[in-house]
Design a binder for this molecule. Structure first.
Ligand code: 5GP
Ligand code: ZN
Length: 116
């Protein structure tokens, strides 16, 4: 999928609306349209990276920032004490349905382990 066809690039470019909760020069966070928990955010790199295995060594800081941003947003939403999950699906068996790297941030209920 090219960047022009990418749903999350369109959200980044405000061609498709989303409930954005955070944006800086590197990452964007918005509410998942089908929330699986009381808090369900997606944190994406602004730059199109289709899937985690497309990440390059020079993307390490950017991909790490997804994690730290997700954690900060979970804490800011009041889930520092009761906890949260950050998870990234990569490829068909993991259920990745949008080919633009995104970190799920889930909180607000007990989360089963292992997932699905
Ligand atoms: P995946 O299954 O690829 O790990 O996660 C994709 C996520 O994107 C799903 O949780 C799905 O609900 C969410 N999603 C799909 N389309 C849209 C959309 O148009 N807007 C938003 N905010 N989330 C979306
Ligand atoms: Zn994209």
């Amino acid at each position: 999928m090219s960047e022009g066809d990418c749903l999350f690039c369109k959200i980044r470019d405000q061609k498709i609306p989303a409930a954005v909760v955070y944006r800086d020069d590197d990452v964007l966070a918005f509410k998942d349209i089908t929330p699986r928990a009381p808090l369900h955010l997606l944190v994406i790199p602004l730059r199109h990276i289709a899937t985690l295995t497309d990440g390059l060594p020079e993307d390490a800081e950017l991909l790490g920032k997804l994690m730290l941003t997700g954690a900060r947003l979970a804490v800011e939403a009041g889930h520092g004490a009761d906890g949260f999950r950050v998870v990234m699906n990569a490829g068909p068996n993991a259920g990745q349905s949008v080919l633009h790297v995104h970190l799920h941030v889930l909180a607000g209920r007990a989360l089963a382990w292992p997932p699905g």
